[in-house]
Design a protein around this ligand. Structure first.
Ligand code: FMN
Ligand code: SF4
Length: 458
């Protein structure tokens, strides 16, 4: 697997998407309360290698090629959880890879396929060396023989910047293993961990059935750690400043800070770094506060949950407390829906997108998800037949737990929470047809353009 040279990138990469169309904002504690965005507060721009080393010094890489249990222990003590969607304990993942036989592989997930998220793009733009330090440290922790950084084909500027950052580190001789940069199709399920493994093994970027999971048998058949870029940036700071420092932000059961992308009806949409456990309402205030009275908040992203606004604003942004409210942090996404917008129409648009983005390998994605999307379109358009609601509820209930990956589960959660949160709108659409909001300006950023069917999976 050869690294692409910046001058020989494929033609698709010339269709650049501008980096960070959303601004990045100050953290709640000012310059020092923010951690990953600390450098940005200092200079207002991306940190090159010299600036990065001046601020943090070199990453404290452990000696030797064997796994580093002290580093794994520090991550476990810190209570770091993955920032790629499932919030799984990172220390436990490191340990399960390190305990397997033979050299491991690290895959750095910079794909950010969630359309409502820009936190990974912002982080890679502003602090690439924090992510690359974290990748090198994770490789040392699990005893890896290779590190692969996966980036989306649609972000040409990002790919160039990361290739340049990797080259600069190579010249400075600060990494033991060269990071191999890969450019993958940018579809919703192409960033799922088994898709990355399959692609790196020469196949298509589509999810695979498990077991074996990547930690058992992944890239080149080796035990493979797949981690999100933000997770690895936190790991880079834990290795330097220790678990107690990490835990000094956030809450005992949800330690540390996290990046959140806020969009929709707020005055100043953008990416924020917040201590975990910050109430959703306070996060919206960081984005300038609601620009219009809110009806609901989409929490977690396209795989997320709708919560009524008055409930959402009180819920602390942490896995446990969001779960108690029927939601999850997902990729750190909040979309504020104003009164007057139609939550059913917004949901129908997202479900259409998710149905088009599936890999169509399993029953729920081939049949169930398109059928749910079609039912939602009828409901949103105010054209329900007599049996629509019973059929829709039954179909939504049949989606979870039946696919090879969690794609149908996420779509089902979105649909089910929409039916509950917008119950009054459902009745209105059933009896009287669509409300005026159904034809208003869309709130959720659903991408258009060619999908996997046109662009392919390789
Ligand atoms: C459909 C789907 C899409 C996903 N997309 C991403 C993504 O864009 N970025 C990411 O880091 N994780 C994504 N994940 C989660 C990854 O499979 C994997 O759990 C994650 O990269 C692990 O990193 P973490 O433990 O640091 O969160 C996705 C999962 C699913 C089911
Ligand atoms: S559940 Fe859907 S997206 Fe996941 S592997 Fe099966 S067909 Fe692909």
């Amino acid at each position: 697997m050869n690294q692409p040279h910046p001058d020989t990138l494929p033609a698709a990469l010339t269709r650049a998407v501008p980096v960070s169309t959303l601004p990045v904002h100050a953290g709640p504690d000012g310059p020092y309360g923010s951690r990953l965005l600390h450098g940005w507060f200092a200079t207002g721009g991306p940190a090159g290698l010299a600036e990065h080393l001046g601020r943090y010094g070199q990453a404290p890489l452990p000696d030797g090629k064997r796994p580093s249990m002290p580093l794994i222990h520090a991550v476990e003590e810190a209570g770091l959880t993955g920032r790629g969607g499932a919030a799984f304990p990172t220390g436990r993942k490191l340990r399960s890879v390190a305990e397997r036989r033979g050299p491991a592989v690290v895959v750095v997930n910079g794909m950010e396929s969630e359309p409502a998220s820009q936190k990974d793009e912002s982080l890679l733009h502003l602090a690439p060396h924090l992510v690359l330090d974290g990748s090198a440290l994770a490789a040392a922790a699990v005893g890896a023989a290779a590190v692969h950084l996966c980036l989306p084909r649609s972000r040409a500027d990002q790919v160039r910047a990361l290739l340049a950052a990797v080259e600069e580190r190579g010249r400075a001789g600060i990494d033991r293993l060269p990071v191999q940069v890969h450019v993958l199709p940018h579809h919703y399920v192409s960033s799922e961990e088994t898709s990355l493994v399959r692609w790196l093994n020469g196949g298509e970027a589509r999810p695979m059935a498990t077991p074996p999971r990547p930690f058992e048998k992944g890239v080149d058949g080796r035990p493979t750690l797949v981690d999100n870029v933000e997770t690895l940036a936190h790991l880079a700071l834990i290795a330097r400043y220790g678990p107690a420092w990490f835990r000094s932000a956030g809450r005992p059961d949800a330690p540390g800070t996290t990046l959140v992308t806020v969009s929709g009806a707020v005055r100043s949409p953008g990416v924020h770094e917040i201590p975990l456990g910050t109430p959703v309402g306070a996060v919206l205030e960081l984005s300038g506060g609601p620009s219009w009275p809110l009806a609901a908040v989409l929490v977690g992203g396209f795989f997320g949950s709708w919560l009524p606004a008055d409930q959402a604003v009180r819920v602390p942004f942490s896995k446990a407390e969001l779960a108690a409210a029927g939601a999850g942090p997902g990729a750190g996404v909040l979309v504020a829906l104003p009164h007057g917008a139609c939550g059913l129409t917004e949901t129908a648009r997202v479900l259409d997108y998710l149905a088009a983005q599936s890999a169509r390998q399993c029953g729920p994605c081939r049949f169930g998800l398109p059928a749910v999307a079609e039912d939602f379109r009828l409901l949103a358009g105010g054209r329900p037949d007599g049996g629509l609601m019973d059929r829709l509820r039954r179909r939504v209930g049949l989606l979870p737990g039946r696919g090879a990956c969690r794609h149908p589960d996420g779509a089902s959660r979105l649909a089910a929470t929409a039916l509950a949160t917008f119950a009054d709108d459902v009745r209105h659409h059933e009896r009287l047809g669509p409300c005026p909001g159904a034809t208003g300006r869309p709130v959720i950023p659903v991408p258009g353009g060619p999908g996997p069917e046109q662009e392919g999976w390789r």
